[in-house]
Design a binder for this molecule. Structure first.
Ligand code: MCA
Ligand code: AMP
Length: 519
């Protein structure tokens, strides 16, 4: 039976089964018997026991319930990483609401789009951002705005402090929505990928087994918690195995290295591994207690994979996934981990590589990757047409990634069919940046490309043409964009040219721009 650290003994068997489909209840079923042991420890030594997590998430869930939000209502969250932010995520699940995480770098134009599209009933933002977020919320009809700081400040916790620390986790069916994660998807503007309790739990169970999560593991958590990687893959892995997390507010190589001695598992994007290797203190001795380093969200360069093994004696385990699908493939835990591959389809995942006519590609032949499985999302929020376009007639999701498999079935991602830049693990959709550039004074047209970057893997780079009689300056264009959009989306370089190269159909030849400006 599921152990409920704060809800008491369950009612009838049927109610029990229904409640068990709530992701929180399923995760809580794996919390350790000793509820006084540590679940989360922060970088500065604050400790939250499993009992604290159960009780505090109950108080927060009561606070959410008192707002009168109906099950299925969206809760948009743009807050800095803190243990309380984790508790808010768990409370949202418990209350049967839908969690909508937003990158802390997003500015007003970006937030406005997500709020208008998702129509949340509650926005939780930092106290510092309330001044500009509250007016957006009012204009778009959001009923409630609460605040949460990373120092336990804000109106959310003040309200929760008065609530009971017992909460009957709301029953949810496996298909009920747990979260909406906005992603650039394959084309068009950002779309909300709808992930259900069942999608997330099935993936958590698969990975728990595949990566051999076990009691006694300690996850060193240094990822942001507004994306699938840090929010679901990492957190669910630890919670579903009753493992403690060392919770760092952000990635800092020196801090990570300091904490490795007490950790057993680390998950990161390739940029983090590049930065760890740049630090001379990162060596085999620093990793002696570690059993698993996992990389994903962007391609891990073969050179990083090799250097890492040479330096530490351990092989990074690379895996592949998407916001729409959670995790799809992984190098094996015990078997051969092969660099420049993302391993084998996870149990339960059907993965195929097809040519332009939809025929299966042979070994080594490059084609489009399509997937099917229990973690694949139900569709894009309020975009039924887009959803239909992205699924094949036989129910496979078109990932937009290009790949090939080798004779042993290992998949390699060789490129993307979608016009997308992945910089330091964040996705940037070139069309979005082009539209912001084109609005700037003096800009006639623009093209945005990804170019190789030692630290970020790929960097955003823009090429612009001035309107007749106008003079464009790189620094001014970059400053203008910084005032409008998230910093990671702002081009690291802007090149001014007389005209953009086009093919006979009038389409900008980005390959020529990459050749010219990529070096
Ligand atoms: C920060 N900056 C960036 C990036 N991050 N520029 C390009 N790409 C980036 N990723 C810029 C900021 O705008 C700022 O610019 C300057 O760098 C310093 O900002 P800071 O916040 O201090 O950066 P940082 O701490 O060095 O961050 C680098 C980082 C971070 C640690 C690599 O980007 C990160 O945590 N990335 C992880 C992303 C992630 O979790 N992805 C998972 C997506 P300026 O100085 O000019 O203002 S989920 C997913 O993809 C799927 C499902 C999957 O498979 O996992
Ligand atoms: P997102 O939409 O943010 O979930 O990003 C998903 C995309 O990240 C995938 O479609 C891939 O293009 C990319 N991705 C994730 N993991 C890997 C990996 N290990 N290697 C290469 N690309 C990856």
């Amino acid at each position: 039976m599921i152990k409920d650290t704060c809800g008491g003994i369950r009612g009838t068997k049927a109610r029990e089964r229904a409640r068990e489909a709530n992701l929180y209840a399923l995760l809580a079923g794996s919390f350790p018997a000793d509820a006084s042991s540590c679940c989360v420890e922060t970088g500065d030594g604050l400790r939250y026991s499993w009992s604290d997590v159960g009780r505090a998430s109950a108080m927060l869930a009561n606070a959410l319930a008192r707002l009168g939000l109906a099950p299925g209502a969206r809760v948009a969250v743009q807050v800095d990483k803190s243990p309380e932010a984790l508790l808010l995520y768990l409370a949202t699940l418990r209350a049967g609401l839908v969690y909508l995480p937003l990158n802390t770098a997003y500015q007003s134009a970006e937030i406005e789009y997500f709020v208008a599209n998702a129509e949340p009933e509650l926005i939780v933002c930092t106290p510092a951002n309330e001044a500009w977020i509250a007016p957006i919320a009012r204009r778009l009809g959001v009923r409630h705005v609460l605040t949460l700081g990373d120092d336990r400040s804000g109106t959310l916790l003040a309200g929760a402090a008065r609530q009971s620390d017992r909460f009957e986790t709301v029953a949810r069916k496996p298909d009920d929505l747990a979260a909406i994660v906005y992603t650039s998807g394959t084309t068009g503007r950002s779309k909300g990928a709808m992930l259900s309790h069942g999608n997330l739990w099935s993936n958590a169970l698969t990975l728990r087994h595949y990566w051999r999560w076990r009691a006694g593991d300690v996850l060193l958590h240094a990822l942001p918690i507004f994306h699938v990687h840090g929010l679901f893959v990492a957190i669910h892995g630890a919670l579903s195995s009753g493992s403690k997390m060392i919770w760092l507010a952000k990635f800092d190589a020196a801090q990570v290295i300091r904490h490795l001695a007490r950790a057993t598992v680390f998950m990161g994007v390739p940029t983090m591994y590049v930065r760890l290797l740049d630090d001379a203190a990162f060596d085999a001795a620093a990793c002696a207690n570690m059993r698993l380093f996992i990389s994903g969200s962007a391609p891990l360069l073969p050179d990083t994979f090799r250097q890492f093994e040479a330096r530490t004696g351990q092989r990074i385990l690379e895996r592949y996934g998407m916001s729409e699908t959670v995790m799809l493939s992984s190098n094996p835990y015990d078997g051969n981990r092969v660099g420049a591959t993302v391993g084998l389809p996870l149990p339960g995942v059907r993965l195929r590589v097809v040519d332009r006519d939809g025929r299966a590609c042979g070994c080594g032949q490059i084609g489009a990757i399509e997937v099917r499985g229990p973690s694949v999302f139900g569709g894009y929020w309020r975009m039924p047409q887009k959803t239909r376009e992205e699924f094949t007639d036989d129910g496979f999701f078109r990932t937009g990634d290009m790949g090939k498999t080798d004779a042993n079935g290992y998949l390699s991602i060789v490129g993307r069919d979608k016009d997308l830049i992945i910089t330091g693990g964040y996705n940037v959709y070139p069309k979005e940046i082009e539209s912001y550039l084109d609005e700037l004074e003096g800009v006639f047209e623009s093209a945005v490309i990804g170019v190789a970057h030692r630290d970020f893997g790929e960097a955003v780079c823009a090429v612009v043409v001035a309107k007749p009689g106008c003079v464009l300056r790189e620094a001014e264009l970059i400053a203008a964009l910084k005032a409008k959009i998230a910093g990671f989306k702002v081009p690291k370089r802007v090149h001014v040219v007389d005209e953009l190269p086009r093919n006979q159909m009038g389409k900008v030849q980005k390959n020529l721009l990459r050749e010219r400006f990529g070096g």
